[in-house]
Design a protein around this ligand. Sequence first.
Ligand code: SF4
Length: 396
Amino acid sequence: MPRIELLVIQPTPFCNIDCRYCYLPERNSKAVVAPETLVNLFSQVFASGWVQDCLSVVWHAGEPMVLPVAFYRDAFQIVERAKPSGLTVTHSFQTNGTLVDDAWCDFFAEQRVNVGVSIDGPKHLHDRNRLTRSGRGTFDKTIRGIRLLRRREIPFHVISVLTIASMAAPHELFEFYVEEGIERVCFNVEESEGDHVSNSFADRDVETAYYRFLSEFWRLSAAMPGKIPFIREIEHALQQVIRPKDAPFNNQLVEPFAITSMDWAGNISTFSPELLGLKNPRYRDFLLGNINRDVLVDMPQRANFMDMLEDIEAGVAMCRERCQYFSVCGGGEPVNKLAENGTFVSTETTYCRLTKMRATDLVLDALERVQPSPAGPSGPSLPFEMPVRVQDQPTR
Ligand code: SF4
Protein backbone atom coordinates (compact mmCIF):
# COMPACT_ATOMS: atom_id res chain seq x y z
CA MET A 1 0.00 0.00 0.00
CA PRO A 2 1.41 3.45 -0.86
CA ARG A 3 2.20 5.78 2.00
CA ILE A 4 1.71 9.51 1.45
CA GLU A 5 4.22 11.51 3.48
CA LEU A 6 4.21 14.81 1.63
CA LEU A 7 1.36 16.50 -0.20
CA VAL A 8 2.44 19.32 -2.50
CA ILE A 9 -0.48 21.56 -3.45
CA GLN A 10 -0.43 24.24 -6.10
CA PRO A 11 -3.01 26.77 -4.89
CA THR A 12 -2.37 28.86 -8.01
CA PRO A 13 0.16 28.57 -10.83
CA PHE A 14 0.60 32.35 -10.79
CA CYS A 15 3.77 33.95 -9.56
CA ASN A 16 4.16 37.68 -8.97
CA ILE A 17 7.78 37.57 -10.12
CA ASP A 18 9.56 35.92 -13.05
CA CYS A 19 12.88 34.30 -12.12
CA ARG A 20 15.23 33.49 -14.97
CA TYR A 21 15.53 29.83 -13.96
CA CYS A 22 11.85 29.16 -13.27
CA TYR A 23 10.56 25.90 -14.78
CA LEU A 24 6.84 26.52 -14.12
CA PRO A 25 5.14 26.65 -17.52
CA GLU A 26 1.94 28.40 -16.41
CA ARG A 27 3.27 31.07 -14.10
CA ASN A 28 1.21 33.77 -15.87
CA SER A 29 -2.09 32.03 -15.19
CA LYS A 30 -4.16 33.44 -12.34
CA ALA A 31 -6.24 30.29 -11.88
CA VAL A 32 -6.99 29.31 -8.27
CA VAL A 33 -7.79 25.93 -6.79
CA ALA A 34 -11.50 25.61 -5.92
CA PRO A 35 -12.60 24.80 -2.34
CA GLU A 36 -14.43 21.72 -3.69
CA THR A 37 -11.16 20.45 -5.16
CA LEU A 38 -9.50 20.73 -1.75
CA VAL A 39 -12.46 18.95 -0.14
CA ASN A 40 -12.16 16.13 -2.70
CA LEU A 41 -8.41 15.92 -2.23
CA PHE A 42 -8.36 15.73 1.55
CA SER A 43 -11.39 13.49 1.88
CA GLN A 44 -9.85 11.03 -0.60
CA VAL A 45 -6.37 11.25 0.88
CA PHE A 46 -7.59 10.57 4.42
CA ALA A 47 -10.03 7.84 3.31
CA SER A 48 -7.34 6.07 1.29
CA GLY A 49 -5.55 4.61 4.31
CA TRP A 50 -2.34 5.86 2.67
CA VAL A 51 -1.52 8.34 5.43
CA GLN A 52 -0.13 7.10 8.72
CA ASP A 53 0.41 9.31 11.76
CA CYS A 54 1.38 12.56 10.11
CA LEU A 55 1.10 14.37 6.83
CA SER A 56 3.14 17.31 5.65
CA VAL A 57 1.37 19.73 3.30
CA VAL A 58 3.42 22.17 1.22
CA TRP A 59 1.71 25.06 -0.58
CA HIS A 60 3.96 25.76 -3.53
CA ALA A 61 4.57 25.80 -7.32
CA GLY A 62 3.39 29.29 -8.08
CA GLU A 63 3.71 31.96 -5.39
CA PRO A 64 1.31 30.84 -2.63
CA MET A 65 1.13 34.28 -1.02
CA VAL A 66 -0.51 35.96 -4.02
CA LEU A 67 -3.73 34.50 -2.58
CA PRO A 68 -5.16 36.24 0.48
CA VAL A 69 -4.77 34.98 4.04
CA ALA A 70 -8.54 34.33 4.05
CA PHE A 71 -8.08 31.71 1.32
CA TYR A 72 -5.74 29.72 3.57
CA ARG A 73 -7.92 30.12 6.64
CA ASP A 74 -10.70 28.40 4.68
CA ALA A 75 -8.32 25.82 3.19
CA PHE A 76 -6.86 24.88 6.61
CA GLN A 77 -10.39 24.47 7.95
CA ILE A 78 -11.19 22.10 5.10
CA VAL A 79 -8.18 20.04 6.13
CA GLU A 80 -9.19 20.09 9.81
CA ARG A 81 -12.73 18.95 9.02
CA ALA A 82 -11.52 16.06 6.84
CA LYS A 83 -8.68 14.96 9.12
CA PRO A 84 -9.13 11.84 11.26
CA SER A 85 -8.52 12.50 14.95
CA GLY A 86 -5.02 11.68 16.14
CA LEU A 87 -3.42 12.47 12.80
CA THR A 88 -1.01 15.41 12.65
CA VAL A 89 -0.95 17.73 9.66
CA THR A 90 1.80 20.33 9.29
CA HIS A 91 1.62 23.13 6.74
CA SER A 92 4.56 24.72 4.94
CA PHE A 93 4.83 27.62 2.50
CA GLN A 94 7.66 28.06 0.04
CA THR A 95 7.57 31.73 -0.92
CA ASN A 96 9.62 34.44 -2.59
CA GLY A 97 8.94 36.54 0.52
CA THR A 98 7.99 39.71 -1.34
CA LEU A 99 4.44 39.82 0.04
CA VAL A 100 5.10 39.20 3.74
CA ASP A 101 3.22 41.65 5.94
CA ASP A 102 1.88 41.72 9.50
CA ALA A 103 -1.33 39.91 8.59
CA TRP A 104 0.70 37.04 7.11
CA CYS A 105 2.93 36.96 10.17
CA ASP A 106 -0.15 36.72 12.41
CA PHE A 107 -1.38 33.79 10.32
CA PHE A 108 1.98 32.00 10.26
CA ALA A 109 2.32 32.33 14.02
CA GLU A 110 -1.25 31.27 14.76
CA GLN A 111 -1.15 28.24 12.45
CA ARG A 112 2.50 27.36 13.11
CA VAL A 113 3.27 27.35 9.41
CA ASN A 114 6.80 26.35 8.37
CA VAL A 115 8.05 29.15 6.17
CA GLY A 116 10.75 28.84 3.52
CA VAL A 117 11.89 32.01 1.75
CA SER A 118 13.78 31.95 -1.54
CA ILE A 119 16.65 34.41 -1.53
CA ASP A 120 19.87 33.94 -3.46
CA GLY A 121 22.22 35.85 -1.16
CA PRO A 122 23.16 39.55 -1.27
CA LYS A 123 21.46 41.96 -3.67
CA HIS A 124 23.89 41.77 -6.59
CA LEU A 125 23.64 37.94 -6.68
CA HIS A 126 19.91 37.72 -5.97
CA ASP A 127 18.96 40.36 -8.55
CA ARG A 128 20.78 38.59 -11.37
CA ASN A 129 18.02 36.00 -11.59
CA ARG A 130 15.10 36.82 -9.32
CA LEU A 131 13.35 39.49 -11.35
CA THR A 132 9.95 41.06 -11.82
CA ARG A 133 8.24 40.73 -15.20
CA SER A 134 9.62 44.14 -16.10
CA GLY A 135 13.14 42.92 -15.34
CA ARG A 136 13.72 44.67 -12.01
CA GLY A 137 15.43 42.96 -9.10
CA THR A 138 13.28 41.68 -6.24
CA PHE A 139 15.91 41.69 -3.47
CA ASP A 140 14.62 44.78 -1.68
CA LYS A 141 11.13 43.35 -1.29
CA THR A 142 12.36 39.91 -0.29
CA ILE A 143 14.75 41.20 2.35
CA ARG A 144 12.00 43.44 3.72
CA GLY A 145 9.85 40.32 4.12
CA ILE A 146 12.68 38.45 5.83
CA ARG A 147 13.35 41.31 8.23
CA LEU A 148 9.69 41.43 9.15
CA LEU A 149 9.64 37.68 9.81
CA ARG A 150 12.61 38.14 12.11
CA ARG A 151 11.07 41.11 13.89
CA ARG A 152 7.92 39.12 14.45
CA GLU A 153 9.97 36.10 15.57
CA ILE A 154 8.44 33.81 12.94
CA PRO A 155 10.81 30.86 12.42
CA PHE A 156 11.88 30.44 8.81
CA HIS A 157 14.61 28.99 6.64
CA VAL A 158 15.93 30.26 3.34
CA ILE A 159 16.58 28.43 0.10
CA SER A 160 19.29 29.96 -2.05
CA VAL A 161 19.84 28.88 -5.63
CA LEU A 162 23.55 28.62 -6.30
CA THR A 163 24.99 29.65 -9.64
CA ILE A 164 28.62 29.55 -10.68
CA ALA A 165 28.89 33.19 -9.55
CA SER A 166 27.58 32.54 -6.04
CA MET A 167 29.61 29.34 -5.65
CA ALA A 168 32.67 31.56 -5.97
CA ALA A 169 31.51 33.71 -3.04
CA PRO A 170 31.09 31.54 0.11
CA HIS A 171 32.43 34.27 2.41
CA GLU A 172 30.10 36.88 1.00
CA LEU A 173 27.07 34.61 1.31
CA PHE A 174 28.05 33.59 4.84
CA GLU A 175 28.47 37.21 5.94
CA PHE A 176 25.16 38.13 4.34
CA TYR A 177 23.23 35.44 6.24
CA VAL A 178 24.94 36.32 9.52
CA GLU A 179 24.24 40.04 9.07
CA GLU A 180 20.59 39.36 8.35
CA GLY A 181 20.24 36.89 11.23
CA ILE A 182 19.41 34.02 8.86
CA GLU A 183 20.21 30.82 10.75
CA ARG A 184 18.83 28.01 8.59
CA VAL A 185 20.03 27.77 5.01
CA CYS A 186 19.38 25.34 2.19
CA PHE A 187 21.20 25.43 -1.12
CA ASN A 188 19.69 24.39 -4.43
CA VAL A 189 21.96 24.34 -7.45
CA GLU A 190 20.59 26.04 -10.54
CA GLU A 191 19.47 22.89 -12.32
CA SER A 192 18.07 21.88 -15.69
CA GLU A 193 14.35 21.26 -15.29
CA GLY A 194 11.48 21.47 -17.74
CA ASP A 195 12.40 24.04 -20.38
CA HIS A 196 15.17 25.58 -18.31
CA VAL A 197 18.69 24.55 -19.25
CA SER A 198 21.14 25.32 -16.46
CA ASN A 199 24.07 27.61 -17.35
CA SER A 200 25.82 26.48 -14.19
CA PHE A 201 25.63 22.80 -15.18
CA ALA A 202 27.31 23.69 -18.47
CA ASP A 203 30.41 24.93 -16.64
CA ARG A 204 33.07 22.24 -16.70
CA ASP A 205 34.31 23.19 -13.23
CA VAL A 206 30.92 23.15 -11.56
CA GLU A 207 31.65 20.07 -9.41
CA THR A 208 34.86 21.52 -8.02
CA ALA A 209 33.18 24.87 -7.51
CA TYR A 210 30.31 23.29 -5.59
CA TYR A 211 32.61 21.20 -3.40
CA ARG A 212 34.79 24.19 -2.59
CA PHE A 213 31.78 26.37 -1.83
CA LEU A 214 30.17 23.88 0.54
CA SER A 215 33.48 23.06 2.17
CA GLU A 216 34.33 26.69 2.86
CA PHE A 217 30.81 27.56 3.97
CA TRP A 218 30.85 24.67 6.45
CA ARG A 219 34.28 25.73 7.73
CA LEU A 220 33.06 29.29 8.27
CA SER A 221 30.00 28.09 10.11
CA ALA A 222 32.08 25.76 12.32
CA ALA A 223 34.41 28.66 13.11
CA MET A 224 31.47 30.80 14.32
CA PRO A 225 29.31 28.33 16.25
CA GLY A 226 25.65 29.20 16.57
CA LYS A 227 25.57 31.73 13.73
CA ILE A 228 24.28 29.34 11.08
CA PRO A 229 23.44 26.16 12.98
CA PHE A 230 21.61 24.49 10.09
CA ILE A 231 23.06 23.94 6.62
CA ARG A 232 20.69 21.48 4.96
CA GLU A 233 23.20 19.97 2.53
CA ILE A 234 25.63 19.14 5.34
CA GLU A 235 22.93 17.89 7.70
CA HIS A 236 21.49 15.58 5.06
CA ALA A 237 24.87 14.24 4.01
CA LEU A 238 25.75 13.58 7.65
CA GLN A 239 22.47 11.83 8.31
CA GLN A 240 23.03 9.53 5.36
CA VAL A 241 26.68 8.81 6.07
CA ILE A 242 26.31 8.34 9.82
CA ARG A 243 23.40 6.01 10.16
CA PRO A 244 23.02 2.41 11.19
CA LYS A 245 24.19 0.12 8.45
CA ASP A 246 20.87 -1.63 8.11
CA ALA A 247 18.72 1.51 8.38
CA PRO A 248 16.31 1.59 5.46
CA PHE A 249 17.03 4.26 2.90
CA ASN A 250 14.00 6.37 2.27
CA ASN A 251 14.14 8.13 -1.08
CA GLN A 252 10.63 9.61 -1.23
CA LEU A 253 11.20 10.70 -4.82
CA VAL A 254 11.16 7.14 -6.14
CA GLU A 255 8.48 5.74 -3.82
CA PRO A 256 5.03 5.82 -5.43
CA PHE A 257 2.80 8.46 -3.81
CA ALA A 258 5.23 9.15 -0.92
CA ILE A 259 5.18 12.61 -2.48
CA THR A 260 1.79 13.30 -4.01
CA SER A 261 1.31 16.52 -5.94
CA MET A 262 -1.85 18.27 -7.06
CA ASP A 263 -2.16 21.27 -9.36
CA TRP A 264 -4.81 23.99 -9.04
CA ALA A 265 -7.16 22.05 -11.35
CA GLY A 266 -7.05 18.86 -9.27
CA ASN A 267 -4.62 16.90 -11.46
CA ILE A 268 -2.56 14.41 -9.48
CA SER A 269 1.01 13.29 -9.98
CA THR A 270 3.71 11.62 -7.92
CA PHE A 271 7.48 11.08 -7.69
CA SER A 272 9.29 14.43 -8.30
CA PRO A 273 6.78 17.27 -7.72
CA GLU A 274 8.17 19.15 -10.75
CA LEU A 275 6.78 16.42 -13.04
CA LEU A 276 3.26 17.73 -12.44
CA GLY A 277 3.47 20.47 -15.05
CA LEU A 278 5.84 18.81 -17.53
CA LYS A 279 5.23 17.15 -20.89
CA ASN A 280 7.36 14.51 -22.52
CA PRO A 281 7.21 12.64 -25.85
CA ARG A 282 7.27 9.19 -24.18
CA TYR A 283 4.85 9.80 -21.32
CA ARG A 284 2.97 12.79 -22.81
CA ASP A 285 2.33 14.08 -19.33
CA PHE A 286 2.74 12.72 -15.81
CA LEU A 287 -0.85 13.10 -14.67
CA LEU A 288 -2.44 10.08 -13.04
CA GLY A 289 -5.98 11.44 -12.89
CA ASN A 290 -8.02 14.31 -11.54
CA ILE A 291 -9.21 14.32 -7.94
CA ASN A 292 -12.57 15.81 -9.01
CA ARG A 293 -13.35 12.96 -11.41
CA ASP A 294 -11.19 10.01 -10.46
CA VAL A 295 -10.58 7.82 -7.46
CA LEU A 296 -7.19 8.29 -5.83
CA VAL A 297 -6.78 4.66 -4.79
CA ASP A 298 -7.36 3.54 -8.40
CA MET A 299 -4.51 5.68 -9.73
CA PRO A 300 -1.77 3.06 -9.16
CA GLN A 301 -3.57 0.87 -11.73
CA ARG A 302 -3.30 3.49 -14.49
CA ALA A 303 -1.22 2.50 -17.50
CA ASN A 304 0.88 5.69 -17.46
CA PHE A 305 1.63 5.18 -13.76
CA MET A 306 2.82 1.62 -14.51
CA ASP A 307 5.05 2.94 -17.31
CA MET A 308 6.58 5.60 -15.06
CA LEU A 309 7.07 3.19 -12.19
CA GLU A 310 8.69 0.56 -14.38
CA ASP A 311 11.16 3.08 -15.81
CA ILE A 312 11.91 4.77 -12.49
CA GLU A 313 12.52 1.40 -10.84
CA ALA A 314 14.78 0.37 -13.74
CA GLY A 315 16.79 3.58 -13.22
CA VAL A 316 17.06 2.90 -9.49
CA ALA A 317 18.21 -0.67 -10.20
CA MET A 318 20.94 0.68 -12.51
CA CYS A 319 22.01 3.11 -9.80
CA ARG A 320 22.10 0.30 -7.22
CA GLU A 321 24.27 -1.80 -9.50
CA ARG A 322 26.71 0.87 -10.71
CA CYS A 323 26.98 3.70 -8.23
CA GLN A 324 29.12 3.65 -5.12
CA TYR A 325 26.96 6.41 -3.65
CA PHE A 326 23.74 4.43 -3.86
CA SER A 327 23.65 3.78 -0.11
CA VAL A 328 23.47 7.51 0.59
CA CYS A 329 21.30 8.45 -2.38
CA GLY A 330 18.79 5.71 -3.09
CA GLY A 331 18.63 6.28 -6.82
CA GLY A 332 18.35 10.03 -7.27
CA GLU A 333 15.66 12.32 -8.60
CA PRO A 334 13.55 11.15 -11.54
CA VAL A 335 12.95 14.67 -12.85
CA ASN A 336 16.68 15.35 -13.15
CA LYS A 337 17.33 12.04 -14.92
CA LEU A 338 14.61 12.93 -17.39
CA ALA A 339 15.85 16.51 -17.92
CA GLU A 340 19.52 15.63 -18.24
CA ASN A 341 19.51 12.11 -19.71
CA GLY A 342 16.16 12.13 -21.50
CA THR A 343 14.92 9.08 -19.61
CA PHE A 344 14.18 7.78 -16.11
CA VAL A 345 16.09 4.64 -17.08
CA SER A 346 19.47 6.13 -16.37
CA THR A 347 21.90 6.91 -13.58
CA GLU A 348 24.24 9.86 -13.20
CA THR A 349 23.28 13.47 -13.65
CA THR A 350 25.18 16.65 -12.98
CA TYR A 351 22.60 17.28 -10.31
CA CYS A 352 23.37 14.06 -8.44
CA ARG A 353 27.12 14.46 -8.90
CA LEU A 354 26.83 17.76 -7.06
CA THR A 355 24.14 17.24 -4.48
CA LYS A 356 24.84 13.60 -3.63
CA MET A 357 28.38 12.70 -4.63
CA ARG A 358 30.33 15.86 -3.82
CA ALA A 359 28.32 16.60 -0.66
CA THR A 360 28.99 13.03 0.54
CA ASP A 361 32.68 13.37 -0.34
CA LEU A 362 32.87 16.47 1.78
CA VAL A 363 31.46 14.73 4.85
CA LEU A 364 33.60 11.63 4.30
CA ASP A 365 36.73 13.76 3.92
CA ALA A 366 35.91 15.57 7.17
CA LEU A 367 35.30 12.28 8.98
CA GLU A 368 38.58 10.88 7.75
CA ARG A 369 40.38 13.84 9.28
CA VAL A 370 38.69 13.56 12.67
CA GLN A 371 38.57 9.79 12.75
CA PRO A 372 41.79 8.51 11.22
CA SER A 373 41.63 5.01 12.69
CA PRO A 374 38.73 2.57 12.80
CA ALA A 375 39.22 2.39 16.58
CA GLY A 376 38.83 6.16 16.94
CA PRO A 377 35.87 7.94 18.49
CA SER A 378 32.62 7.88 16.62
CA GLY A 379 29.21 9.46 16.84
CA PRO A 380 27.12 11.99 15.01
CA SER A 381 28.41 14.98 16.97
CA LEU A 382 31.96 14.69 15.64
CA PRO A 383 31.77 16.45 12.29
CA PHE A 384 29.89 19.45 13.62
CA GLU A 385 32.92 20.44 15.64
CA MET A 386 35.39 19.89 12.88
CA PRO A 387 36.16 22.86 10.64
CA VAL A 388 36.87 21.64 7.16
CA ARG A 389 39.75 22.99 5.14
CA VAL A 390 39.09 24.18 1.63
CA GLN A 391 39.94 21.44 -0.82
CA ASP A 392 41.24 22.11 -4.27
CA GLN A 393 39.58 19.07 -5.75
CA PRO A 394 36.92 16.61 -4.80
CA THR A 395 38.84 13.58 -3.59
CA ARG A 396 36.54 10.81 -4.71
S1 SF4 B 1 24.34 9.54 -6.94
FE1 SF4 B 1 23.43 9.56 -9.01
S2 SF4 B 1 24.14 7.70 -9.99
FE2 SF4 B 1 24.45 7.48 -7.75
S3 SF4 B 1 22.62 6.47 -6.93
FE3 SF4 B 1 22.28 8.67 -6.82
S4 SF4 B 1 21.26 9.21 -8.75
FE4 SF4 B 1 22.18 7.21 -9.03
